[in-house]
Design a protein around this ligand. Structure first.
Ligand code: ARG
Length: 234
């Protein structure tokens, strides 16, 4: 779901549309360590686990956190990255209106379909920070959500922290609501494989992640992705 800089996003390199990002570099490294060839499929986030279980892809790497319903549908690797608490993006011109989560009551708030950010908007888990009395706008693509925010079709979009920062950095008219803390809401990202790991991929994936951690190599992927994110295209 390559709508999620710095984790997976499109850039133009030598006139060619390419998918890059922290997750892509991780995917390349895992493939290399496992002696496999990497082929990337860009799909809507909410379809990823289904399509994987159908056999369309062998693994899902999409800034995907651990959640009960996902764990019931698929198997997952050791964690490879934990983001900071999610952030709320609004139009800069309206920033003053928002100080607390309650200030979104009566507003239209967007999130990507099937994500943990949608859970915050929908109030799926009442134990965790969430919004109440909001009109939800759930769309499969983050790029479309950002466009809806710019066109004033919604008032806010909830995103993973690093992703919110990237969209705000590349859109002058957008801003982050810094005063709202959605702490405790970020779970580590995992690589996902089909339920029961029928192809026996998890040991190799976990070994690649362990090696990466011991060499502290993820940071070089983060640096490379940050550099490229300044040139992101939709
Ligand atoms: N981290 C969030 C989740 O696990 C959102 C991930 C969205 N990923 C993407 N590639 N668009 O639900």
């Amino acid at each position: 779901s390559a709508d999620y800089p710095p984790f997976e996003f499109h850039v133009l390199q030598d006139g060619e549309d390419k998918i890059v990002g922290i997750d892509v570099f991780l995917a390349q490294q895992i493939a290399e360590d496992m002696g496999a060839e990497l082929e990337i499929s860009d799909m809507d986030f909410d379809m990823l686990l289904n399509l994987m279980n159908k056999g369309d892809v062998d693994r899902v790497i999409a800034a995907m956190e651990l959640k009960d319903d996902r764990a019931a549908a698929a198997d997952y690797s050791d964690p490879y990255y934990t983001d900071e608490a999610p952030l709320i993006v609004v139009r800069k011109a309206d920033l003053d209106q928002y100080k607390t989560l309650e200030d979104f009551s009566g507003k239209t708030v967007g999130a990507q379909t099937g994500t943990t950010k949608a859970d915050i908007v929908l109030g799926t888990d009442l134990e965790k920070p969430h919004m109440t009395d909001v009109q939800d706008l759930l769309l499969p693509k983050v790029t479309d959500l950002i466009a809806q925010l710019q066109f004033e079709k919604c008032d806010a979009v909830v995103l993973d922290a690093a992703v919110a920062q990237k969209y705000v950095a590349s859109n002058d008219e957008l801003a982050i609501v810094e005063s709202i803390d959605l702490g405790e809401a970020a779970e580590p990202y995992r690589v996902w494989v089909a339920k029961g790991d029928p192809k026996g991929l998890l040991p190799g994936i976990n070994a690649a992640i362990a090696k990466l951690n011991s060499e502290n190599k993820l940071q070089s992927f983060i640096d490379a992705a940050n550099e490229l994110a300044t040139k992101a295209v939709e």
